[in-house]
Design a protein around this ligand. Structure first.
Ligand code: ZN
Length: 459
């Protein structure tokens, strides 16, 4: 097994499992954040793109799927297995990622601020459409064959469609090595998504560690939203919430809805400036009654996940109209780490005004504008220009779609027997190391933090 990404960083997840005559790639993510990471997207995947017999996706997030169009462009032609919901979400996300790549390249060429002439997209919408044709869907719980490997998806409770993957690797003489890839693991007792299914017995566990050094705390999200947002709204300011269009946008608005309906929050206009969040919410509403989501959410009307005063902005013209609206109001736009998308236009306009609030609600990877804001940067660079940050910046805890340290440990301990070996991936080094220290005294498993490109024999 070789770790071609998703180690030492939360992005670029790619794990290649090979036997003498077969290979399967688990996840095919894009590197994001720090420039040295983003440059890796241009450097080739680290293996022959035609080598994997199949690709298996844990979930649709771009750091797990965003390299697919590039891999197909480079020659991959096999099936890409995913749950039905992941296939639908991935379609939306990959087409959007490709559009952003094309728009960014075009914008850079128009403004001439790129060092590359001409600036090229990593891949195009056409490449993304081609990659999507290779997707084959399999439901949770069905054991299927990918070459000589056997694969089963189980609900990971992270976002709509998310799975952890049970992989049975043939080892000869009817023996199989059982590996579980956690993908991104969701949380326990949260609205909208289900709890992660207990960890089945396995020989090797590849476990994410995004929040391996943190606890999400127990303060209620609604209390935090009130405390942080109300002062800004009362003075007529605008609250900008950069949010991933999948899961986070739905979760934030769901909490606001509960707060408004129980009289704990004012009925201010909420603008969701993201065609993608609009499309993804449609999917969430469609899956509300299925095993994919927490069935206890009330869902009597279409669009049930949102309060009445939510307005969606689909077109660029709609988005521009937002510039002239008076406060108080809440604007939710993606991307969640301010790495691209419409949120940048809002940031450019809203950040210099001290009456406004920028409210971060998810993980902010190193090297992103989100992380810079979180760390109190006085300016951030947007479209080649330094923008002053005079607006207040805050962060709401508990809206993460990732398990925290205690929840990761709880999931590992939910297995009927401990794995022989645990690889910690998908975490910045302090998070992975901290989780390793916490796990070692509790489980007899060998706990390993692999390095980028490192390879291990399956024993
Ligand atoms: Zn994810």
């Amino acid at each position: 097994m070789v770790f071609h990404g998703g180690v030492g960083t939360v992005t670029g997840s790619r794990f290649l499992v090979s036997t003498r005559d077969d290979a399967v790639l688990v996840d095919c993510g894009l590197f994001q954040g720090l420039k040295e990471l983003r440059l890796r997207n241009w450097q080739g995947p680290g293996f022959d793109p035609r080598a994997p017999r199949a690709i298996v996706l844990t979930h649709a997030h771009i750091d797990h799927t965003g390299y697919l169009p590039r891999l197909v462009q480079l020659g991959y032609r096999g099936p890409i297995y995913a749950t039905p919901a992941t296939a639908e979400v991935a379609r939306i996300l990959l087409l959007d990622a490709a559009e952003i790549q094309e728009e960014d390249a075009a914008f850079a060429n128009r403004k001439g601020f790129s060092k590359h002439h001409p600036a090229l997209p990593l891949y195009t919408v056409k490449d993304a459409l081609r990659a999507l044709q290779y997707i084959r869907t399999r439901p949770y719980g069905e054991r299927f064959e990918a070459g000589t490997f056997r694969v089963t998806f189980r609900n990971a409770g992270h976002i709509l469609g998310s799975a952890f993957v049970q992989l049975e690797v043939p080892m000869g003489e009817d023996r199989a090595h059982r590996i579980v890839f956690s993908g991104d693991l969701g949380r326990y007792h949260q609205p909208i998504h289900t709890d992660p299914v207990p960890l089945p017995p396995c020989d090797t566990l590849v476990l994410e560690s995004t929040y391996g050094d943190r606890s999400h705390g127990h303060q209620s999200v609604i209390t935090q939203l009130r405390d942080e947002l109300l002062p800004t709204l009362e003075r007529g300011g605008t609250v900008l919430i950069p949010a991933f269009a999948v899961a986070r946008a739905q979760l934030v608005t769901h909490h606001l809805r509960v707060a408004i309906e129980t009289g704990r929050f004012p009925d201010v206009p909420i603008h969701i400036d993201s065609p993608m969040a609009n499309d993804v919410t449609g999917l969430y509403n469609r899956y509300l009654e299925s095993e994919y989501l927490d069935r206890s959410i009330p869902h009597t009307a279409p669009g049930a996940l949102f309060p009445r005063n939510v307005r969606f902005h689909r077109t660029i013209e709609d988005s521009k109209k937002l510039n002239n609206l008076p406060g108080p109001r809440i604007v939710i736009a993606s991307s969640g780490m301010l790495t691209g998308g419409r949120v940048l236009h809002h940031l450019q306009r809203l950040a210099p005004d001290p009456r406004n609030l920028i409210c971060l609600v998810g993980y902010q990877a190193a090297g992103t504008r989100g992380r810079a804001l979180l760390e109190g940067a006085p300016t951030v660079r947007v479209f080649g220009i330094d923008v002053d940050v005079r607006a207040r910046v805050t962060c709401i805890h508990g809206l993460s779609a990732h398990a925290d340290r205690d929840e990761l440990i709880r999931w590992v301990e939910s297995a009927p027997e401990p794995p022989k070996r645990i690889f910690l991936v998908h975490g910045e080094p302090p998070a992975a190391e901290s989780l390793a220290e916490a796990l070692r005294p509790r489980v007899p498993s060998e706990v390993v933090i692999p390095a980028m490109g490192e390879s291990f024999a399956l024993a």
